[in-house]
Design a binder for this molecule. Structure first.
Ligand SMILES: Nc1nc2c(ncn2[C@@H]2O[C@H](COP(=O)(O)OP(=O)(O)OP(=O)(O)O)[C@@H](O)[C@H]2O)c(=O)[nH]1
Ligand SMILES: [Mg+2]
Length: 362
């Protein structure tokens, strides 16, 4: 899973990136450049730790999330043209867009619009995404129309009708997340990687004093993101970054003192899994204990495909025991005699926490 961090200049993107990844990228100087920082984070999962203790494998492999700090994004007033190709190229590849908006007060760090209004900032950023998508829609429409002059294919006609629908929608300044699409339209749209269709995470970068006011701070955003494939949370990025650099014991103590139930890293990963509809299953053995990430609703053969395409092609059966059933017995043979280790076929829908051994032949 790849998450791209965007936001106005000096909104705290890099600070948040550091808090989420334990990186130590410099945040003291105004960068002003579009430079992407990348880091990979291990998804914390107590279940994997316990499986590791039981199997004592040579290797433990957690699921991973990649964060990309995509760098500065100026307000439309300051900018003459749209996003740079480099920025667009990078953001089109992410699975979810994380927009950082600022409410923290700091006189020494001027806001690019010279006043604090996080909802306005969010709406401006979303408007930029709408414009970027609109330009893709219009370019594609031009090309299709030219192509259709010489040869009129049914598929092209249907695509054009769909693009007109997108165009009207975007011209009304609405993100495509709100557009109902047929199965066929979903297929057409997949190739475009529209920004306003990607799952969205809004992070309000708050002052330490606002940690207890999360609901109040988020209230204005509720209406804007409702009905969209989106989620939001408050993070006090500065203090979370500082805490991230402490030892685990000290970090926990500080979090507790501040009334933060879980670190930004853990909270954001959970929110992202929910938003993207992801779950984890496990493979176990003496060589390796490993967590895998897949979409909810996926059947056993496709889950096997996440490990290796051969596993999917040659899928025969899956031996499945749920983590909870396993952990109360701590032995696979025990699970078998107790009947909680089952054989499942190609229509089995994998559940969060399943421990699976795939049987396949190629
Ligand atoms: N008080 C306070 N200051 C913050 C917070 N987050 C970031 N800052 C400060 O704001 C400044 C900018 O933070 P960055 O994380 O570099 O912001 P950015 O969005 O990456 O900035 P650019 O990449 O230059 O656009 C730094 O001096 C941070 O220390 C916060 O939550 N509270
Ligand atoms: Mg930065």
């Amino acid at each position: 899973m790849k998450i791209g961090i965007v936001g106005l200049a000096q909104s705290g993107k890099t600070t948040l990136f550091n808090a989420l990844t334990g990186s130590q990228v410099d945040t003291t100087a105004f960068s002003g450049k579009v430079e992407a920082h990348r880091a990979i984070v291990h998804v914390p999962d107590d279940r994997l730790e316990l499986l590791n203790d039981i199997f004592q494998p040579k290797k433990k492999v957690p699921a991973i999330v990649e964060y990309i700090d995509l760098g500065g994004l100026s307000t439309s007033e300051q900018k003459k043209s749209g996003f740079s190709d480099q920025f667009l190229g990078a953001i089109r590849l992410v699975d979810a867009i994380l927009v950082v908006v600022r409410t923290f007060k700091n006189e020494t760090i001027p806001h690019p619009a010279n006043s604090l209004d996080s909802l306005r900032d969010f709406k401006n950023i979303e408007a930029e995404f709408v414009i970027a998508d609109l330009s893709i829609v219009e370019n594609r429409m031009d090309r299709l129309q030219r192509q259709m002059k010489s040869k009129k294919l049914d598929a092209d006609v249907r695509e054009l009708v769909f693009l007109e629908k997108c165009q009207t929608f975007l011209e009304d300044e609405k993100p495509l997340r709100l557009l109902d699409m047929s199965d066929e339209e979903e297929l057409i749209v997949r190739g475009y990687q529209f920004l306003t269709q990607k799952p969205l995470i809004v992070v309000v970068n708050i002052d330490e004093d606002d940690i207890q006011n999360e609901l109040e701070v988020l209230k204005p955003f509720q209406k804007v993101i409702s009905g969209q494939n989106a989620t939001m949370l408050c993070i006090a990025a500065q203090i979370e970054m500082e805490i991230q650099q402490l030892s685990e014991n000290e970090a926990n103590m500080f979090l507790q003192e501040l009334g933060i139930s879980e670190s930004a890293m853990g909270r954001l990963i959970r929110a992202s899994y929910d938003l993207l509809g992801l779950l984890s299953f496990f493979t176990v053995g003496s060589d390796e204990v490993r967590a895998w990430t897949i979409k909810r609703g996926i059947k056993a053969p496709q889950a096997a495909g996440a490990i290796h395409t051969d596993f999917e092609r040659g899928f025969i059966r899956a031996e499945v025991v749920h983590y909870e059933d396993f952990i109360s017995r701590k032995s696979l043979p025990r699970c078998k005699t107790d009947g909680v280790l089952r054989l499942e076929g190609k229509d089995y829908i994998v559940k969060d926490g399943d421990i699976i051994n795939f049987r396949f032949a190629v």
